[in-house]
Structures are given as structure tokens and as C-alpha cells.
Design a protein around this ligand. Structure first.
Ligand code: ZN
Length: 149
């Protein structure tokens, strides 16, 4: 039995982007008000990994906002996973337009990334100013995934 731990996960908006190594210390410093230093954990993967918030809920098409069948998403995820999530492109069944698994509208936001920073049990969400400073330090726009413990 493990303790439930809520986590805030930070990934670059571009799943393939890996910030420079020194930027990790900047991240800890900028977000020091959210959690103690040992609550931060950063991992770099050779291929993007799926950051699951603990169930994505309903999934909508980013183009036409149509609700997407869960069975379609599971199949698309299985195909992408077989390729190590190196290719996230999909064609939405509703409007036949191309998008990516990373850009689908998830009820509980989920993302893909090679560079994944985790903060265990943050006391609050990052402020807009903190987010902008993190983005400047990492050299990329970021997205948050709130993982329910
Ligand atoms: Zn659509």
C-alpha cells in the first residue's frame, strides 16, 4: 500500500524538447515556494512518455470540439505506444483533420514529453509570473499535468 501523493508535472509544450541541464536548478529556485527541494524530480527520456493525470476523462477534438470515442483513443494510443511515442500524429475520426495525441482536448489535461519534471504535493499552483520565469529559464513554453494521487 502506498500513500496517495498529488503531483504537479511540468513538460515542454513540444514533447521532443529537452531543456539544457542547468535549467533544472533554475526550476527548483523559481518554484521554491511550492515545495521543498527534495520534492522536485526531473527525468529525461530517450522517447516521449505519456504523463497520465490518473484518467483523462472525456476527450474532444481540438479542431471541431466533437467528443471522441474512447475506443478510438485507446487504439490510437496503443499504436503510438508501439512506436515508442515517436509519432503522435492522428487523424480525428469526426472531421478527418490531422492533429496529435498531445493536442487532443483532455477533460483532465494529459501531455507527452521527453523531459518531465515532477513536484510532489505542491502547496499551491504556480502563479502566472512563476510560469513565465520557468518558461524563460527552460527556453520553451510549458504545460502542466496535475496527477491525482
Ligand atoms: Zn474533429
Amino acid at each position: 500500500m502506498s500513500l496517495a501523493r498529488n503531483r504537479l508535472v511540468i513538460v515542454p509544450a513540444d514533447p521532443e524538447f529537452v531543456p539544457e541541464t542547468g535549467s533544472q536548478d533554475a526550476l527548483r529556485n523559481i518554484l521554491a515556494a511550492l515545495a521543498p527541494p527534495d520534492a522536485f524530480r526531473i527525468r529525461v527520456h530517450s522517447r516521449p512518455v505519456f504523463v497520465d493525470p490518473g484518467g483523462v476523462g472525456e476527450i474532444c477534438c481540438p479542431n471541431c470540439r466533437e467528443l471522441l470515442p474512447n475506443a478510438w483513443w485507446r487504439l490510437a494510443m496503443a499504436e503510438a505506444r508501439a512506436g515508442g511515442f515517436g509519432r503522435l500524429l492522428v487523424r480525428a475520426p469526426c472531421c478527418q483533420r490531422q492533429t496529435t495525441l498531445n493536442d487532443l482536448v483532455y477533460e483532465y489535461p494529459a501531455r507527452f514529453g521527453r523531459w518531465v519534471a515532477e513536484i510532489a504535493e505542491p502547496v499551491r499552483a504556480p502563479l502566472d509570473g512563476e510560469t513565465r520565469r520557468v518558461e524563460a529559464a527552460l527556453g520553451c513554453p510549458i504545460r502542466y499535468v496535475r496527477v491525482r494521487g
